[in-house]
Design a protein around this ligand. Structure first.
Ligand code: CMP
Length: 142
């Protein structure tokens, strides 16, 4: 089925100037970018996004990292988009990510792992709505 998913290009990847390389992988895989914005997350916005991880030992470092510089948040659409995007990203820990994946190619550590992607259609719906108003998402017309 055609799905939507939320992508975040994290501060480490933005700092490395690989936004375009990552977008290129989405486009080559047939994922359409329907919404995009650059944001510098506040502490509150980052904590809210990762609320499910509150209490985990890495939570504070995660929020500090995600607020350390700008990010690019995007809405991607395509056949099986949630799984297709996760396949492009590779494993959460770059050291375990398959060769040729975004995390294998652009990240070194689990804390600074270049990208985030929704892990299910239900979290995709929640995460897209967390960053985008309906009017900020532009369905393809051609
Ligand atoms: P992300 O997909 O953005 O979701 C939560 C993030 O926490 C994850 O990517 C990692 O960058 C980071 N993180 C750090 N340590 C861990 C861990 N042990 N398990 C899962 N995520 C972790």
């Amino acid at each position: 089925a055609v799905e939507r998913t939320l992508s975040i290009i994290k501060p480490d990847a933005v700092a490395k100037n690989v936004i375009g390389k990552i977008y290129s992988r989405f486009e080559k895989a047939g994922l359409n970018i329907l919404g995009a914005k650059m944001l510098h997350l506040s502490q509150e916005k980052a904590e809210g996004f990762y609320a499910e991880h509150k209490g985990r030992p890495f939570f504070e470092d995660l929020v500090a990292f995600m607020t350390s510089g700008p990010v690019v948040v995007s809405v991607l659409e395509g056949e099986n988009a949630v799984a297709a995007h996760r396949e492009l990203m590779g494993a959460t820990n770059p050291k375990e990510a398959a060769p040729g994946t975004i995390r294998a190619d652009f990240a070194q550590t689990i804390d600074e792992n270049a990208v985030h992607g929704s892990d299910s259609p239900a979290s995709a719906a929640r995460e897209v709505a967390y960053f985008f108003q309906d009017g900020e998402i532009c369905p393809r017309t051609r």
